[in-house]
Design a protein around this ligand. Sequence first.
Ligand code: GUN
Ligand code: FE
Length: 441
Amino acid sequence: MIEGTICTPETVDKIGCYGNALVCVNQQGLIASVLFPNNSQYGEIKQTAISQGNYHQLAADEYLLPGYVDLHVHAPQWPQAGLALDLPLADWLDHYTFPLESKCSDLNYSKTIYDSLVKELLSQGTTTALMFGTIYNDSNIILAKACLEYGLRGFIGQVAMDNADQTPAYYRNQSAKDAIDATELFIKQLQKLSNDADRVVPVITPRFVPSCSDACLQGLGQLANKYNVPVQTHVSESSWEHGYVLDRFKATDTSVLDQFGLLTDRTILMHATHLTDDDMDLLAKREAALAHCPISNAYFGNGVMRVKEILAKQIKLGLGTDISGGYSSSIYHNIRQAVISSRMLEDGVDTTKQATTRGVANSRINIATAFYMATVGGAEALHLNTGRIKEGYKADFQVVKSHPSVITLSDEQMIERILYQTQQSDIKQVYIDGNLVYCKD
Ligand code: GUN
Ligand code: FE
């Protein structure tokens, strides 16, 4: 049980802040109730928890927030975070990233980097991560075991990439069959490893359309249908990538994925900076989700995701770090960049004439919307009941220490500042399913 001030997303652009909340967690790791002092049972329930040694009172300058969902991480790229961002996407993959990922054929190396990554994500307030692994089954199992060991809820993809035109010989599946078989094996391995279906979950992961043959995409679509597991891939990320798919298929990658049965209500598509209106309508129809990676997009995207329009179409939308296309492991940094990028998308609109010669009118989002994406949006994409501090939701929390203020701030102002100013060292504790998984010493 935790007592203190809670901040939880309420609507897509409103955060609720409530003082003196008593957050009770049940044996299943779910929030059993959120009580306030006006409730007649408040005192008794609190006393029982204290006597059972199951009570954590937050300090006056600490706030309880939901843990974040990081909807896009490349786990094998963790050693490269903050490095090597001087090339455009295709060259960056060839020059830096494929050689780096291929090192994961070494399982000792895999264990070292995956232990480090999982601990890092927890210390950033991330409680669920949707991750790409590599083409190596055994290495991906090591990542899954690191999640189970340290408590991170991990959605993990066995990467499929068999197209000889777009992948190097030293790092590719030898055939479409090889990629499909490895994916199916991984689904079975992970389902066996996890007793609780939500703790480590296998994800069908064609790297992106350019790196996969038609036969590979076809086979993965059949697996999506057979196993009803999540699907993740990059779409319309950059001018080059978007253009490559248009050239090869005379269609956008969103519609190509749909043709191969890869656009389901469990699909999460990364980046999507170049979606057409038809793509958005198709995504809404299929109830697929998107991952916005605003830091990475500033480097590789050649464009800004049209977040406002996507949300208006009720498409599920979360936030991702995209380690290491994004240099940071922090969802806080991406919350801030999401707001900044939306302002830059809008910038240049002549509001008197509503001309859109440069910017796109009405694009700006506020920090509450970015917080919503980092919590509820990501949770909805993964079909998880997490991301809110509310009865029935998973007890996935972060305790954050606020920075001192020289003037008195309302709780609403306080959360705004927390979202803009929190650093890794301000995150004091992290809970997943009610279990303490990180405590800053
Ligand atoms: N497209 C294909 N692979 C990748 C990757 O590793 N990172 C990003 N950002 N885009 C990709
Ligand atoms: Fe990516």
